[in-house]
Design a protein. Structure first.
Length: 163
């Protein structure tokens, strides 16, 4: 049975596609890519159908990740098929929990940086969209740091499953 994770940010062109790409690579390295399906979406549909921001693609590819992506908007009906919904900041967390049809679905929503013990109390991944290249690099660093803890949780939750 496939375990499903969806990363969510605002427009699905910067942070969430970055998290999707990094986490997909971590799953492949861990041999879990056959058990876990990863995708991403935005709380809004402004960029639906667009590729990831060119700065996101550039940073991902410079660090050996796949930059291929098509933006889409998160739909409340997806909660039924998802096991974990990962918000990139507190605003996304609140929006997703409001969209959740049931309390069980709301409980599926977590902040990405909550999986990084070094994050402390600042659990938001800042939106790099209006800044320069350094913001995209910082975003990638935060995503990579949190991906290790998220991978550990997903590994635990998929233990004993067969692809």
């Amino acid at each position: 049975m496939t375990y499903r994770v969806c990363f969510v940010c605002t427009g699905n062109i910067c942070r969430s596609p970055m998290a999707e790409s990094v986490f997909r690579a971590r799953l492949a390295e861990a041999g879990l890519d056959g058990l876990v399906e990863v995708d991403s979406a935005g709380t809004g549909g402004w960029h639906e159908g667009d590729a990831a921001d060119p700065r996101t693609v550039s940073v991902l590819e410079e660090h050996g990740y796949d930059g291929t992506h098509t933006a889409r908007q998160f739909q409340p009906s997806w909660f039924a098929r998802l096991d974990l919904v990962i918000a990139l900041d507190a605003g996304h967390l609140k929006a997703l929990r409001r969209l959740a049809p049931t309390p069980e679905d709301a409980a599926k929503v977590r902040l990405l940086r909550s999986y990084d013990p070094a994050a402390g109390d600042d659990l938001d991944v800042p939106d790099p969209y209006y800044g320069g290249p350094d913001g995209f690099e910082e975003c990638l660093e935060m995503v990579e740091a949190a991906s290790e803890g998220l991978l550990a949780e997903v590994r635990e939750r998929t233990e004993g499953r067969v692809a």
